[in-house]
Design a protein around this ligand. Structure first.
Ligand SMILES: *Cc1c(COP(=O)(O)O)cnc(C)c1O
Length: 500
C-alpha cells in the first residue's frame, strides 16, 4: 500500500515513510491510495479473535511494509490487560449497553483514561520501526500540540523510548486540573511539557509553523535530530483507530445485538476530526455503517460545515467543559475533503489556502452530496452537556464524561428528529474522572475539595471506582511549570533539544 498527499504534489511513499515524516513535503497529509475491502465473512471470522488479533489484521491491510510477525508483536504489546501500565479491561474497548439499541464504546480503559491511548500505546513501536525501515540514523523529536488528552497519552507512549524525545505544548487555561497534572508530573528523561499563552488552535498553528521552518530543520539536522508529530495528522495515529470500529461491530455480532451485514450508526464527539475520520475509513472498507454522526460542543464549526457545506472559523472560540473538543481548525477534515472531492489535490489545496487567508471556504454540491450520504451532525450546549450526564446517571446508573455526554445528547436528538432506529453506538472517549469538577456539578453533588482531590469526591459521591492510573495522581507533584508565548515555542524546542 502506498500513501499520497492530500495536496497532490508529493511523491507516493510507504507507510513507514508516512509515519516517520508525519506531514507530506507539500504541506498535505498522507492518505492511503485506496481502501482495502473487508468482507462480512472476514468480519464474522474476527468475532472470535481478541482485540489485539483484530488490530493486527486491520493494520496488516494498510502496512504491508511491516511483517505480520512485527505487527503481531506490537499489537499484543500495546493491547493487553496484564501489565500495570496496560489496559484495565481485558476487552480493551468494551461495549456497554444502555437500553434498547443504544451502546457505548468505551475507549478509555488505557493508561491515561482517554481514547488517545488506543493509538498512542502502539504508535511509538510503529514509529521507531519505521525509522529503522527507512534507514534513519538521527533521533526523532516528537512535537505535540494538545487540547488535553493527546499530550498525556503521547508522553506515556514515548517516555524513555530510545532514539526519541517528546515535547508537549498545551493551552495554559484550556485543560482540566487532572489533565494538567497528568502531563506536568510525567516521568522519563526524554520528555518536556510546556504551557502556552493561547488556545489549542494557537498551539497547533505554532507547532505546524515549527514543522515547516526550513532554517530550523537545517539547524536540528546538525544536532542529529529531526522533528515528527504524534498528533492525529500522523498516519500512525489514525490507522490504529480504524480497528475499534470493526471491533465494536464484532462485539455486537458476538452478543447477537445485530445480524451480519446489519448497518449501525456511530456518534462521535469530535474535535480534530481524527476519531470520526477513522470511522469513515472503516465505512469505506466495507463496515456496514448507516450514519456517522458528528457531535460538537459550543464550538460547532464542524456541525455547521456538515449542515451547510461552509467551513468558517471566523467565530468566537469558547472554552467549554469538554475541552478536548475546543477546536476551530480540525486538521483531519482535510483528509475527508480529499476523498469527498474525488482525490482532487488541487481542490484541497485551494480550500486550505482559503482557510488560511480568509478563514473560510465552501464546497460544491457534489462534495456536499457525498458528505450527506454518510454524515449527520449536531451540537450540544454546556447546559445540555451537564443535564445529559445527570439524566444518564439517574436513569441508567451510568456515569459518562463531558465529551461522551455531548455525543449522547446529539444522538438522542438525531433519533428524535429522523426517527432512525438503527442500532447506535456512542463513542465514549474519556473516563468521567478526568473531568471531575464538571461531572460533580452535573450530578449536583456538593463538594468542598478542589483540583485533583475531586477524584476522591467523585468516587465517594457515585460509588464508582477511580481508574488505577488516576489513583496516584493526588500525591504527584509537577515537574514542569514553564509557560511560553506562541512566538517563543520555537526557541523552547531548540533549548530542549540542546539539553538546556
Ligand atoms: C481528542 C478527544 C476528542 C476529539 O477527538 P478528535 O479525534 O480530535 O475529533 C473527544 N473526546 C476526548 C475525550 C478527546 O480526548
Amino acid at each position: 500500500m502506498q500513501y499520497q498527499s492530500t495536496r497532490g504534489k508529493s511523491n507516493r511513499v510507504t507507510s513507514a515513510e508516512a509515519i516517520a515524516h508525519g506531514l507530506a513535503k507539500d504541506g498535505g497529509l498522507f492518505v492511503p491510495e485506496s481502501f482495502p475491502f473487508v468482507s462480512i465473512e472476514t468480519i464474522s471470522r474476527l468475532v472470535s479473535e481478541p482485540y489485539d488479533k483484530r488490530a493486527a489484521y486491520i493494520l496488516s491491510l494498510f502496512m504491508d511494509d511491516y511483517s505480520s510477525e512485527e505487527l503481531g508483536r506490537y499489537t499484543s504489546e500495546a493491547y493487553n490487560a496484564d501489565s500495570v501500565s496496560g489496559f484495565s479491561s481485558i476487552d480493551i474497548a468494551p461495549i456497554y449497553k444502555i437500553g434498547n439499541k443504544t451502546h457505548f464504546l468505551e475507549l478509555w480503559h488505557g493508561p491515561t483514561c482517554a481514547f488517545k491511548d488506543m493509538a498512542l500505546q502502539i504508535m511509538p513501536n510503529l514509529l521507531t520501526a519505521s525509522l529503522r525501515k527507512i534507514g534513519e540514523k538521527r533521533d526523532v523529536c516528537i512535537l505535540v500540540a494538545t487540547s488535553g488528552d493527546t499530550g498525556k497519552a503521547a508522553l506515556e507512549g514515548f517516555s524513555d523510548v530510545p532514539g526519541t524525545k517528546i515535547m508537549v505544548f498545551y493551552p495554559r487555561d484550556g485543560v482540566s486540573d487532572v489533565q494538567q497534572l497528568q502531563m506536568t508530573s510525567q516521568g522519563g528523561d526524554n520528555v518536556n511539557v510546556v504551557a502556552v499563552y493561547g488556545n489549542f488552535d494557537d498551539a497547533q498553528t505554532g507547532v505546524k509553523a515549527i514543522f515547516s521552518n526550513e532554517e530550523l530543520r537545517i539547524r536540528l539536522d546538525k544536532e542529529g535530530v529531526f522533528l515528527s508529530s504524534a498528533n492525529s495528522i500522523n498516519w500512525g495515529r489514525l490507522v490504529p483507530q480504524i480497528v475499534y470500529y470493526f471491533s465494536a461491530y464484532c462485539d455486537l455480532l458476538k452478543s447477537n445485538e445485530i445480524r451480519p451485514g446489519e448497518k449501525v450508526n456511530f456518534c462521535v464527539p469530535t474535535g480534530n476530526f481524527g476519531n470520526i475520520l477513522a470511522a469513515y475509513y472503516a465505512e469505506r472498507m466495507g463496515l456496514p455503517v448507516n450514519k456517522l454522526i458528528c457531535a460538537s460542543n459550543r464550538n460547532d464549526v464542524l456541525t455547521q460545515f456538515i449542515s451547510t457545506g461552509v467551513y468558517d472559523k471566523n467565530r468566537p472560540f469558547y472554552t467549554t467543559v469538554s475541552p478536548s473538543m475546543d477546536i476551530l481548525v480540525s486538521s483531519n477534515l482535510e483528509r475527508l475533503l480529499f476523498e469527498l472531492s474525488g482525490k482532487d489535490g488541487c481542490a484541497v489545496t485551494s480550500y486550505m489556502s482559503a482557510l488560511l487567508s480568509a478563514g473560510f471556504y465552501s464546497v460544491p454540491g457534489i462534495v456536499r452530496n457525498e458528505l450527506e450520504r454518510v454524515f449527520a451532525s449536531g451540537d450540544c450546549s454546556e447546559e445540555d452537556t451537564l443535564k445529559t450526564i445527570r439524566d444518564t446517571y439517574n436513569l441508567h446508573n451510568y456515569l459518562i464524561d463531558t465529551h461522551t455526554a455531548v455525543a449522547y445528547k446529539v444522538l438522542k436528538e438525531y433519533k428524535e428528529k429522523t426517527k432512525d432506529d438503527t442500532t447506535s453506538i456512542v463513542v465514549s472517549t474519556a473516563s468521567p474522572f478526568k473531568f471531575c469538577e464538571a461531572v460533580l456539578e452535573a450530578i449536583k453533588q456538593p463538594y468542598t475539595e478542589s483540583g485533583v482531590l475531586l477524584i476522591d469526591a467523585l468516587s465517594e459521591a457515585t460509588g464508582c471506582a477511580v481508574p488505577d492510573p488516576l489513583l496516584e495522581l493526588k500525591i504527584k507533584t509537577p515537574r514542569f511549570n514553564e509557560t511560553v508565548e506562541i512566538s517563543g515555542m520555537k526557541a523552547a524546542v531548540l533549548d530542549f533539544i540542546r539539553g538546556r
